[in-house]
Design a protein around this ligand. Structure first.
Ligand code: TXA
Ligand code: MG
Length: 318
């Protein structure tokens, strides 16, 4: 794994330097560090510095009431950030962390409200990526980090995606190669009984219910609406959805007849490969100046549920 450092220091690359050490210094100084996780790249700031967290909102052009996930080095830190943690939430943390599960809990009174977008809850997760864990370990505190893309756009799954979106607005980009999962964490609201699924993601909700024995309800309409804006994760190209390959080819043919440049996303039955590739394919379609992307929806089980959610948001009216 190599790391690249931009911005602040002037020089572009520090061969053999301690890039993680430098990233820790940047965080302590109130700067922004993009780092890989197993899901997507995050745009991180010290969660305890309101001014640093406000920089994230500014760089992403994200509304200030849209809360961020705070990343931790391990589950022992849970109680520094949350109160009234239900036993089942603790079990989920023990079983799934490090991993792509975000738990929504009641915010500890000592925790600054800025990363939580002013809410009395806080989203917490321990990412399963060696570079992220090294950064968190050495930093010691919580790192507030949304996906490192501009608000509403496709999440980055490589360091190149981050640089293309945010360029010099980020002080350090740690490069851990392509993200192994490629789709964001599952978010479970643990402040309601039963718990509620706020965002389907990399850990299938069925796995949480069956293997971990914790009941999860669908989020209600009045839910706290994380990533639940209708249009999100969208490329510049228009996205059209199809239930199977034959339907996708038919849609593509109609679009092509109308003179559109069309790209097809039809990766077959391997849901892991679909998740890992999805955001890169959507970005590639924009690079190729496609007018329309036609994507075949995977079945709505397991990882398929999260992929369908992202595709629907990419296809939603803007
Ligand atoms: O996999 C992931 O979760 C990635 C990596 C970087 O960890 N992060 C990510 O962050 O997807 P972001 O900000 O793009 O999406 C986090 C979602 C947002 O939709 C936000 O609304 C929701 O989590 N969220 C975070 N804290 C919340 C809170 N206190 N209440 C309600 N929703 C919250
Ligand atoms: Mg995001």
């Amino acid at each position: 794994m190599s790391a690249r450092v931009n911005g602040v220091g002037g020089s572009d690359e520090f061969d053999g330097a301690d890039e993680v050490g430098r990233a820790v210094e940047v965080l302590r100084g109130g700067g922004l560090v993009a780092f890989p996780t197993e899901t997507v790249y995050g745009l991180g700031a010290d969660a305890s510095q309101a001014e640093a967290v406000r920089r994230i909102y500014a760089v992403k052009q994200r509304p200030a009431d849209h809360p961020l996930i705070v990343h931790l080095a391990g589950s022992p830190q849970l109680d520094d950030w949350a109160i009234d943690v239900p036993d089942d939430a603790r079990r989920l943390a023990e079983l799934c962390w490090p991993g792509p599960l975000t738990l929504l809990l009641r915010r500890h009174l000592a925790v600054d409200a800025t990363p939580a977008g002013g809410r009395d809850t806080i989203g917490l997760r321990v990412p399963a990526h060696p570079l992220a864990l090294e950064l968190l370990d050495r930093f010691g505190g919580g790192i507030a980090a949304p996906s490192a893309n501009r608000f509403g756009r496709v999440s980055p799954t490589t360091a190149e995606h981050v640089r293309a979106d945010l360029g010099d607005l980020v002080d350090v980009v740690l490069d851990g190669g392509p993200c192994p999962i490629g789709i964001e964490s599952t978010i479970v609201d643990c402040t309601t009984m039963p718990f509620a699924l706020l965002r389907p993601g990399a850990i299938p909700v069925e796995a949480i219910e069956t293997h971990l024995g914790v009941e999860i309800a669908a989020a209600t309409g009045s839910s706290r609406a994380p990533g639940m804006l209708t249009s999100h994760y969208a490329p510049a190209a228009e996205v059209r959805l199809a239930e199977d390959s034959a339907a996708a080819i038919a849609v593509a043919a109609v679009e092509q007849d109308a003179g559109a440049r069309v790209e097809l996303i039809d990766p077959g039955d391997d849901l892991l490969a679909y998740a890992r590739g999805l955001y890169a394919w959507l970005r590639a379609a924009d690079e190729h100046r496609a007018d329309v992307v036609v994507a075949v929806l995977p079945p709505p089980q397991g990882l398929g549920l999260a992929i369908r959610d992202r595709l629907r948001k990419a296809a939603a009216p803007r």
